[in-house]
Design a protein around this ligand. Structure first.
Ligand SMILES: Nc1ncnc2c1ncn2[C@@H]1O[C@H](COP(=O)(O)OP(=O)(O)OP(=O)(O)O)[C@@H](O)[C@H]1O
Length: 460
């Protein structure tokens, strides 16, 4: 086992001579073996060790005993030990996060603090090859991103350096053997049995089958994971370069030019959406999944030119013809302008719909949410937009054109809704309708024709 781990450390340059390594030690067999291994090999690598232990305060006396156990082991081996008790239940209450995620947040924050305190180069964790198999399989079964399918990374940036996982090249059996050979009597970690049910089902039902097929399956899955990570890094770089040409950072969010975006190769499109979401969220919420990425891709490609998707944490994906906007901003005050073909349905940023159709008989609909227009009296195409300064409309039944701003006031439209209210104009710029509010002189008067346009303003 030792030679395999040395080769792995070398291959991935996990340890740097003359640096300090923080080792995350729960007290269980994996992390105790890692601490012991690095301690035994400290001269070979010329490293200083600091053990970091977190009592998550989830298992009362028992987890306190784990802490004493780790402290005691460190004392015996003259290893600096940073141990702390963190109130994970209180953190869960404050943030609404589940136990696994909450414990991980608290633990990693502590690791980072220890890292800074001791000017460490890396944090070493004891994830091993069987953890890798379980992780890759779980993600394949549940669905994940391409980066997710690559599983647990061997080395990734963290705090002032890296998180490294030197045991990903060996499996649980080899670690147990190491513990036996070195007289390590680790604490029993009950979280392995109960905290993560899905993982345990994979561990108990799927892993034994894989091991029977090939006892070295962990090496192959690890190789798969590393190849996936390399491919992913390469494709991500390509995507970033392509995105520079089609994505523009605006004050309200990210604007994507749709035609060049959908000309990008499909694998880059998917990664492009993922990169935009990573950028906007910072910390991608766990409720965001590959389903959202697929939704966004379909949304960009569908023939219908306008509409909006709602993503977790208030992120909106708004399509306006050839542009797609990813934004967290409320768009109450933003302007818009859409082409409005006949027939068509437009979903407006305020969530209401505008529906247009041709009819061949006068339909006798007189309410404010519909307008009937004689098709030959207008220049098509129509446009739907927000009001502009100085807009006027020739109101039905009035001699002179009236300012749109005055109509909004007279019709008591709430001030905060006016900036987003739709105005419909024809191709020559004549305003023909303020949906739901006022009709213009372009409303049909002749009821004997055989072609009309009916517009319908459908509120939410
Ligand atoms: N209470 C703890 N204190 C210090 N280190 C810990 C603790 N629990 C776990 N670790 C470290 O993290 C490694 C992985 O532990 P475990 O598999 O329980 O965590 P995980 O939640 O699956 O991993 P991760 O937090 O990286 O997603 C352990 O081998 C150990 O190095």
């Amino acid at each position: 086992m030792l030679e395999v781990v040395h080769e792995f450390i070398e291959k991935h340059q996990l340890l740097e001579c003359g640096t300090t390594v923080v080792v995350g030690v729960s007290g269980g067999p994996d992390s105790l073996a890692l601490l012991h291994f690095l301690w035994s090999e400290r001269e070979r690598y010329d490293i200083q060790l600091v053990a970091a232990h977190v009592d998550h305060m989830l298992r009362g006396k028992q987890s306190e005993e784990d802490m004493h156990f780790v402290k005691h082991f460190c004392e015996q081996h003259s290893i600096i030990c940073e141990a702390t008790q963190l109130d994970v239940p209180a953190y869960m209450e404050r943030t609404g996060k589940g136990v696994q995620e909450a414990a991980r947040d608290c633990r990693y924050t502590f690791f980072e603090q220890v890292m800074y305190k001791h000017h460490a180069h890396c944090v070493a964790l004891a994830h091993h090859g069987d953890d890798q198999i379980e992780t890759v399989l779980m993600r394949l079964v549940r669905g994940s991103t391409t980066r997710g399918y690559a599983g647990i990374p061997v080395k990734r940036p963290f705090g002032s350096g890296y998180i490294v996982r030197p045991f990903l090249c060996i499996d649980r059996r080899q670690i147990e053997q190491y513990c036996r050979q070195n007289g390590l009597h680790a604490r029993h970690d009950p979280s392995n049995e109960k905290d993560d049910y899905t993982r345990n089902r994979f561990r108990h039902f799927v892993l034994p089958f894989f091991k029977r097929e090939n006892i070295r399956v962990h090496e192959h899955i690890q190789q798969f994971s590393e190849m996936m990570s390399e491919d992913e890094a390469f494709l991500e770089q390509l995507t970033k370069e392509e995105l520079k040409r089609v994505v523009h950072q605006q004050e309200e969010g990210i604007h994507v030019d749709i035609p060049p975006f959908i000309r990008m190769p499909k694998p880059l499109q998917r990664r492009g959406i993922q990169l935009i979401l990573n950028y906007l969220y910072g910390n991608v919420p766990s409720s965001l999944s590959s389903i959202h990425i697929n939704q966004a891709l379909l949304f960009l490609k569908r023939p219908h030119p306008s509409g909006m998707l709602h993503f977790p944490n208030g992120l909106k994906v708004i399509r306006q013809y050839e542009v797609c906007i990813f934004t967290f901003q409320q768009r109450q005050t933003s302007e818009y302008e859409f082409l409005f073909h006949v027939p068509d349905t437009i979903v407006l940023p305020n969530g209401c719909q505008l529906i247009s159709q041709f009819v061949d008989r006068y339909p006798f609909i007189e309410d404010d949410d519909h307008i009937v227009i004689e098709a030959d009296q207008l220049m098509l195409p129509l446009r739907v937009r927000t009001r502009k300064c100085g807009d006027r409309m020739k109101v039905k039944g009035m001699k002179h054109a009236k300012k749109i701003s005055r109509i909004f006031i007279d019709e008591k439209i709430p001030a905060n809704e006016r900036a987003q209210w739709p105005v419909v104009e024809d191709a020559s710029g004549n305003i023909i309708w303020i949906p739901g509010v006022k009709k213009s002189v372009y409303t049909a008067t002749n009821i004997t024709k055989n072609r009309y346009i009916v517009l319908h303003y459908k509120k939410q």
